[in-house]
Design a protein around this ligand. Sequence first.
Ligand code: ADP
Ligand code: ADP
Length: 189
Amino acid sequence: MLNIVLFGPPGAGKGTQAENIKENYNLVHLSTGDIFRKNIGESTDLGVLAKSYIDKGELVPDEVTIKMLESEVNRYKDVNGFIFDGFPRTTEQANALDVFLKSIGTEVTKMVALNVPEKELVSRLLNRGKESGRTDDQDENIISNRIKVYEKNTAVLADFYDAQSKLENVNGLGSVEQVTKRIYNAIDN
Ligand code: ADP
Ligand code: ADP
């Protein structure tokens, strides 16, 4: 299987690029943010819980997020692989993913990390807020908290995968097509 962790701060382009990558490599795209938003839309218990964290720009607790991700993966049999978008976001999630993938006979192939300067992230997120209606993208305080949470809890995961020689850094600035080409090079490398 080909299992890609698509990594980067909020607004780095993970969701946009995942759509291209999934077509090219025939992978299943799993975005924890999208799954939470679907649950919020359907007012499930999980959605109500997740909303209370997402509205503040905080992370949804690991236990809930890991359980949800594992049950999503288990829905798919005989697939080429997965793109994990927005997961893992903590060391606990990364450890759980390693253990879980091993239990189903596979592993993370590569982490592709999109690097984008903070000023560009904020501008992209405010723009996405206007287009998508996502309330967590319409408030500069929530945006700045998400970027802080990323720096504090999530950024360290690049080292986690680097230690396994799985990290590929990609410049996330430029046109969507340029970034897509860089990602293909990183995956095929
Ligand atoms: P993420 O999933 O990492 O939060 P998205 O893929 O949703 O990021 O992208 C954030 C916003 O930036 C979206 O509005 C998207 O259309 C836009 N975007 C994505 N890639 C680029 C790019 N290469 N240049 C400019 N804007 C981009
Ligand atoms: P972005 O790409 O802009 O960071 P996402 O759609 O990935 O947005 O995530 C939106 C929100 O959903 C996050 O701010 C967080 O509250 C929650 N979330 C998504 N993925 C995770 C995760 N792996 N662990 C904890 N919370 C998560």
